[in-house]
Design a protein around this ligand. Structure first.
Ligand code: PAF
Length: 280
């Protein structure tokens, strides 16, 4: 695997691939890789002769300095995992390579970035859109792969690609879960042993909520039940639970109101913020 820390040599390397018409798959990440990321790499490798992965903990998408400082980082282990997964190129730039001091460039996605994650993490999606558009310009992939766990992010990146006419196909890949249902996330590394079991409350509630909605319970009643489940333990705190249309993220009153509905939630488990979702 070739490793690049700077844009110029990476582009000088990739230009040969672009010229030869070689299809590139791209997996942008913030590192602290886990099986979920490896599934994205595998999906990219299955569809492309060449896979590029980026590892960059993007400061502009953190609205909380402490969260940024505590975000898990382990580049050495990431490199080993990517080598074993058959990734061809790793791009792992320093902050100064990606962002200038002036943070003038802002994105506004209207309703899409004001709800759920956008409501509780103001500026988050502007930062995501900033860095993803830079990465797309640098790598010029044919297809970029993202985890379904960040569904709102996927909808926003899809809007970014449509609006800015990026010539990139997007692929959302199903969330990979631990055997007990916990969605894999780099943030799981920060869970204390004592709280690890409690973290299953997210996937359990989503599964139960899905069942209840499919059996005709109202969204309002299901929301109450989810909140009740969270109120059983001091270690967990629900931030939001929403039932929204998968395409435009507007709230829905009954699962029959949308072609497809998705249940989305964010919660703190022992102080660690986790998100999860489930299609109905
Ligand atoms: O999903 C992530 O890991 C990040 O938000 C992304 C897309 C790599 C942008 O920093």
């Amino acid at each position: 695997m070739q490793i690049f820390r700077e844009i110029k040599p990476l582009r000088a390397f990739l230009v040969e691939k672009w010229r030869a018409g070689q299809k590139l798959g791209f997996v942008p990440t913030m590192g602290a890789l886990h099986q979920g990321h490896l599934t994205l790499i595998a999906a990219s490798r299955a569809g492309h002769p060449f896979t590029v992965c980026s590892v960059f903990v993007n400061p502009t998408q953190f609205n909380n300095a402490e969260d940024f400082a505590r975000y898990p980082r382990n580049l050495e282990r990431d490199v080993e995992m990517l080598e074993r997964a058959g990734c061809d190129v790793l791009f792992c730039p320093e902050e100064a390579e990606m962002h200038s001091d002036s943070q003038y460039l802002k994105f506004d996605f209207g309703h899409l970035d004001k709800v759920m994650e956008g409501k509780f993490r103001p500026g988050h999606f502007s930062g995501v859109a900033q860095v993803v558009s830079k990465l797309f310009h640098i790598v010029q992939p044919d297809t970029a792969y993202f985890g379904q766990k960040d569904w709102q992010q996927f909808v926003i990146i899809r809007t970014l690609v449509n609006e800015l006419k990026f010539n990139v196909k997007l692929q959302a890949v199903e969330t990979v879960r631990e055997p007990d249902g916990l969605a894999m996330s780099s943030r799981n590394e920060r869970l204390l042993e004592a709280h690890r079991k409690e973290a299953t409350v997210l996937s359990r509630c989503l599964k139960d909520a899905r069942e209840q909605l499919l059996h005709g319970k109202s969204v309002e009643d299901v929301k109450k039940n989810v909140l009740d489940s969270f109120n059983q333990s001091e270690a967990v705190k629900l931030e939001y639970f929403e039932v929204v249309n998968t395409e435009n993220l507007t709230p829905i009153k009954s699962v029959g109101d949308a072609d497809r509905a998705i249940l989305c939630m964010a919660a703190y488990v022992g102080g660690v913020r986790l998100i999860d979702n489930m299609f109905v």
